[in-house]
Design a binder for this molecule. Structure first.
Ligand code: BV8
Length: 245
């Protein structure tokens, strides 16, 4: 059921409900961060295979670090918008009946106060050993413009962005699967539904009998799997959308 901005019914959250939220690049658009597929989006400047695959890293780690350093610079200046704040507020009201999974690598959800969150595609301000020597990923906001300047792990290997590239396995899929199985409401915000396995989550939630709601200015590729599609910008639609009974 498609509902425009004008006549948006509230989503009632009852006492027994558990809410699973999935966000994509669209929720950070109103904070000035480019999405992937918009005309001037991230992919406009770079081919996915040149900056977002393990092969790209092996071929040209300097270009990959320049791409993610530019993303770090932009994200460091960005501030959360009313959509991020509305989700942090909902978490405060629902406590452990709320779970947030984001495809985004920026830290705007944390800046807004979200805590029970999984970055299934990694985090911009974290780096790890490219040789997977076993040392834990570490917080890192450095900008690397040249290969020579790229930090090295204690084992001597070059550090790489702690990001899930295409062809790599998303993070914490077991926990995510558990949370989807226990959810009664799935709210999906600002994602085109074009990247897997994230695009499958709404189908898994439907199989678990959950109500599934999408919020974004245009219907996603997996729109048919939603019980409600609410068209509008997240920063305008999310505040006040969910009423906790
Ligand atoms: C894997 C980190 C095995 C990097 C990212 C099945 C079929 C076909 C292909 C596959 C398949 N299964 C796997 C694949 C391959 C591949 C894939 O999906 N390819 C696609 C291109 C077809 N998937 C993988 O390789 C994944 N790994 O499958 O491993 C496995 C599987 C299961 C379990 C174990 C192992 C890994 C994929 C992760 C790649 N890394 N990000 C980085 O950030 O640089 S993906 C990256 O792209 C994002 O994280 C996000 O996931 C995706 C972009 O999508 P969106 O966030 O949706 O952004 P987009 O620009 O597309 O859309 C923005 C939306 O916002 C729009 O709809 C717009 O309307 C809306 N919007 C705009 N303004 C607003 C708004 N919404 C609200 N408010 C606004 N103001």
């Amino acid at each position: 059921m498609i509902e425009g901005k004008g006549n948006l019914a509230q989503i009632e959250i009852m006492g027994g409900d558990r809410v699973f939220v999935l966000t994509g690049a669209g929720i950070s658009a109103e904070s000035g961060l480019a999405t992937f597929r918009d005309s001037d989006g991230l992919w406009a400047g770079h081919a996915i295979e040149d900056v977002c695959t393990p092969e790209a890293w092996d071929r040209n780690p300097e270009l990959v670090w320049q791409f993610y350093s530019a993303r770090r610079e932009a994200a460091a200046k960005a501030i959360p918008n009313p959509a991020h704040l509305a989700l942090a507020d909902l978490e405060a009201k629902l406590g452990d009946r709320f779970f947030l999974c984001t495809q985004n690598v920026d830290n705007l959800h944390e800046k807004a106060g979200s805590r029970n969150i999984v970055h299934m595609h990694g985090e911009l301000f974290v780096s790890r050993c490219s040789a997977e020597c076993g040392r834990k990923p570490q917080a890192d906001d450095a900008l690397f413009e040249t290969l020579a300047s790229v930090a090295r792990c204690a084992c001597g290997a070059r550090m790489r962005p702690h990001i899930v590239w295409f062809g790599e396995t998303p993070l914490q899929m077991d926990r995510i699967g558990d949370e989807i199985g226990r959810s009664t409401v799935m709210l999906v915000v600002g994602t085109s539904g074009s990247v897997y396995p994230a695009a499958n989550f709404v189908h898994w939630a439907r199989q678990a009998g959950a109500r599934t709601v999408y919020v974004g200015p245009e219907a996603p590729l997996n729109a048919s799997a939603f019980t409600q599609v609410m068209t509008g910008k997240a920063g305008e639609v999310l505040p006040g959308l969910l009423s906790v009974g």
